[in-house]
Design a protein around this ligand. Structure first.
Ligand code: SF4
Length: 98
């Protein structure tokens, strides 16, 4: 497991380091996500753009490939079920999202 080093217990958070990583993430990732068909259902985020405790956009893009394959598979399953039973997910109308 890799994680960002954004401070330590003795000295607290290093805000400059956090802002730099957030800026790098938005600079490189925004272009990817703005044109991506899965943007509304994607779970890939900032935390995926890390390797060896440092920012790595290519690591995030590896997760993108996995996420896109998974979302594509989900949509194929959804469409297949809906073709066979258009009311299969009616129960979702009764679900309460908290
Ligand atoms: S798969 Fe990647 S490019 Fe597409 S929305 Fe998710 S993070 Fe963005």
């Amino acid at each position: 497991m890799s994680a960002y080093n954004i401070g330590d217990i003795d000295n607290g958070l290093e805000i400059d380091k956090i802002l730099k990583m957030a800026h790098r993430y938005s600079k490189y990732s925004a272009g990817d996500c703005l044109g991506c068909w899965a943007a509304k259902v994607c779970g890939v985020c900032f935390s995926h753009a890390v390797r060896n405790n440092d920012f790595d956009i290519n690591r995030k893009r590896e997760y993108c490939k996995q996420s896109l394959a998974s979302k594509h598979n989900d949509l194929v399953i959804y469409a297949t079920i809906m073709e066979q039973n258009p009311r299969a997910f009616d129960f979702a109308n009764e679900m309460v999202i908290i």
